[in-house]
Design a binder for this molecule. Sequence first.
Ligand SMILES: NC(=O)c1ccc[n+]([C@@H]2O[C@H](COP(=O)([O-])OP(=O)(O)OC[C@H]3O[C@@H](n4cnc5c(N)ncnc54)[C@H](OP(=O)(O)O)[C@@H]3O)[C@@H](O)[C@H]2O)c1
Length: 351
Amino acid sequence: MHRALQLAAQGPRTGPNPRVGCVLLAPDGRVLAEGAHRGAGTPHAEAAALAALPEGAARGATAVVTLEPCTHTGRTGPCSRALLAAGVSRVVVADTDPNPRAAGGAAELAAAGVDVETGLLAPESRALNERWAAAVGRGRPWVTWKWAATLDGRSAAADGSSRWITSAASRADVHRLRAEHDAVLVGTGTALADDPALTVRADGREVEGPQPLRVVAGLRELPAGARLRDERAPLLHVRSREPHAVLAALAAREVRTVLLEGGPTLAAAFAAAGLVDEVVCYLAPALLGAGPAAVGDLGVRSMPDIARLRLRSVERTGDDVRLVARPVPSGVWSADPALPVKEAAGVHRDR
Ligand SMILES: NC(=O)c1ccc[n+]([C@@H]2O[C@H](COP(=O)([O-])OP(=O)(O)OC[C@H]3O[C@@H](n4cnc5c(N)ncnc54)[C@H](OP(=O)(O)O)[C@@H]3O)[C@@H](O)[C@H]2O)c1
């Protein structure tokens, strides 16, 4: 299973599907074949491992797989059937599938007489796909909220200018963060004030490969010449001020992870709705003394309402401090930020 987890970790961090690895073992324990899932539309890990063997060579084998084999026909066929057809006699699974539309593979295999064991290194497998599992389980994308602020918590100067609060190292780190998400989201306020490109760049140039979906939330139109309308990456304008509706529109497009880049008004709306899963904050050793705060009104009126976070890491990026933290249910923060699955049409897995 450790080897299967290593294979799984080679898969992409973005995209609609989880990272999955599979090792096929002969009855004497020899490794027959290995497989990993490389992203939507490519074979699932089990199918990739089976494809590496000649016909009939998997008869009586053990399949060690990091996620419960799917029962779902999406872009490719169900893995439970492929394992049965290949004559695999034992299946060892790390984690069960949190996606209601694809789960049930372990039960299907057991009903067909296969010896099934579930739970081996389940926490490791779950950690590998944490954001994906949260997204399919709740029917809404995982939301990482990123912002940059001065030590006095300001995100722009009194005249609205905000470039640049943080160091070049922090800004480069933001591009790495963007590359780990399926979508990047801002409000119309930021889109109009900053005319951002929101692409993943290195040394001033767009990196090769697919760019995250650029998403703008709000009612105002973007000007015809806005950078967000250019060809560098796709754009989705969700004409809504309702955070749940924005996430439902993204879930319908199989977006599993979104980087919320502000501004303060949109970020406050998401935070107040309990729709933030992780916070990445770049704090610059600088003061503005005036100008907008990094986050707008959360509805906190008194100390019992305070929105608390649990710190996960503190690092230095250039001259700045990079904090990663996660909300803890407290004060104005609701305990269950889940969006009912039925509101998020089109959420399914095809790994
Ligand atoms: N330091 C940082 O990390 C950082 C990051 C981003 C932005 N900024 C700065 O923030 C400033 C812009 O601030 P901002 O607060 O106006 O930007 P914003 O949060 O990006 O946009 C606010 C606008 O979004 C729309 N909107 C969408 N959903 C909403 C909701 N649930 N509630 C309320 N409004 C919603 C509204 O416009 P409609 O009328 O169109 O619906 C609203 O006026 C700029 O100066 C920018 O440079 C700083």
